[in-house]
Design a protein around this ligand. Structure first.
Ligand code: NAP
Ligand code: F7E
Length: 362
């Protein structure tokens, strides 16, 4: 039985990858951070599985990483842990650098110090943000990097140190240069999830308006569940190599909004430009989407579009398993169900309060 260690198992990708590896018969070990409240919603359904184990470790603390690597002695490490929010990296650049750059070095060194460098394969969660202020469209493995945020600069160090350890010590360590991938488990402050949750809340009368930043920003959005399969394929390859993982299709934030609202039965028309642009409900004339400069970034990456040819040819991976429209729909449907469940539980609480007040229940 193969043993895998996933750092960041509580995250969007970590949870899907843990499911995939358990299905493949792996013994799966995940790291979590110690905190005063446990946030394990995404992996709650896996706890109790006999091949699923959790360990405390923090990417900012090399001793904790060495301990867990020594204890687990994994065949494969998937280093997914990171401060992954680009906008947050402008507010916390030092923390982002420590976790997303030095953290990668700590994982590589832990493997060497535990004398596992010849046995353990390592996957590093790299990112299309490395292309940043893009120098070529679409982007492939040979496109020059131009990182354009503290997050991207930190991830660039991660990318190069992985390459360095591969060449200097012959280690099987690789980076997946993943373009944006989303799901019903996506963090609620990333633009796609913010939109699908708002569309569901607006449709069910729980929110009036959605405020967004740059509506013209272009992304190559895929489904996270499809992308974790590729992480696994990269480590099963004969040679350690880096791969671009993308769908090969590009859409704007505005288009994402229109599709999401359409799924809940609202047709949006966009009018105006820049900060004055508005998304209007064509049926009622109500303004549902507005621009707020609060969500603008000091430097924004606006033209990401990946070329997944290498992954398709060499790994046999299908970049178009889930279409853009299917992705938007599955996210909206999940949020419609979530908001409906929240409303039902509010209703029960309101009734209970009323019954208690009236003495109907005691
Ligand atoms: P995510 O949902 O934000 O998950 C990040 C994970 O990292 C969480 O489990 C988080 O733990 C953990 N973490 C954060 N700081 C840590 C620290 N100091 N020590 C240990 N663990 C820490 O991110 P994701 O979307 O799953 O992305 C996974 C990886 O892929 C990240 O490295 C991200 O930068 C990269 N990536 C993501 C995308 C994308 O579109 N999703 C694209 C390219 C690359 P808590 O639960 O305790 O916060
Ligand atoms: O922004 C624009 C924003 O925060 C996408 C991470 O997983 O993917 C992710 O980073 C675009 C940007 O993702 C809002 O300016 C407009 O141009 O959803 P996002 P991201 O920055 O692309 C990469 C590949 C990673 O590696 C990262 O870990 O949307 N945008 N209005 C907005 N963005 C947010 N968050 N909120 C808005 O209101």
């Amino acid at each position: 039985m193969k043993r895998a260690l996933i750092t960041g198992v509580t995250g969007q990708d970590g949870s899907f990858l843990a499911e995939l590896l358990l299905e493949k018969g792996y013994d799966v070990h995940g790291t979590i951070r110690r905190s005063s409240v446990d946030f394990r919603e995404r992996i709650a359904h896996l706890e109790g599985h006999s091949n699923f184990h959790l360990h405390y470790a923090d990417l900012g603390d090399s001793m904790s990483i060495i301990q867990v690597v020594k204890k687990v002695a994994p065949d494969e490490i998937y280093n997914l842990a990171a401060q992954s929010h680009v906008q947050v990296s402008f507010d916390s650049p030092e923390f982002t650098c420590d976790v997303d750059a030095t953290g990668v070095l700590r994982v590589l060194e832990a493997v060497r110090q535990c004398d596992l460098q010849d046995k353990c394969r390592i996957y590093q969660a790299s990112t299309s943000e490395l292309y940043g202020k893009v120098e070529e469209v679409p982007q492939n493995e040979n496109t020059p990097f131009h990182p354009y945020s503290p997050y991207a600069v930190a991830k660039q160090y991660g990318f190069w140190i992985v390459k360095e350890y591969r060449e200097a010590y012959g280690m099987f360590c690789c980076s997946g240069i993943l373009f944006n991938h989303e799901s019903e488990r996506r963090g609620e402050t990333f633009v796609t999830r913010k939109i699908t949750l708002a569309a569901a809340r607006i449709a069910q009368g729980k929110q009036d308006k959605l405020y967004l930043g740059n509506l013209g920003s272009l992304r190559d959005w895929g489904y996270a569940k499809d992308y974790v399969e590729c992480m696994w394929l990269i480590l099963q390859n004969d040679k350690p190599e880096d791969f671009v993982i993308a769908t090969g299709e590009q859409h704007s934030v505005r288009e994402f909004c229109q599709l999401a609202f359409r799924r809940v039965g609202i047709e949006l028309r966009f009018e105006g430009e820049g900060e004055d642009e508005k998304g209007i409900d064509t049926a009622t004339g109500k303004v549902l989407v507005e621009v707020s400069p609060d969500f603008y970034r000091p430097t924004d990456v606006v033209n990401l579009w990946g070329d997944p040819t290498k992954a398709r040819k060499e790994l046999g991976w299908n970049p178009q398993k889930t279409s853009f429209e299917q992705l938007v729909n599955l996210m909206v449907d999940a949020d419609m169900a979530k908001v409906a469940a929240e409303r039902a539980s509010e209703h029960v609480k309101m009734n209970l309060a009323e019954y208690l007040e009236k003495g109907i229940v005691k």
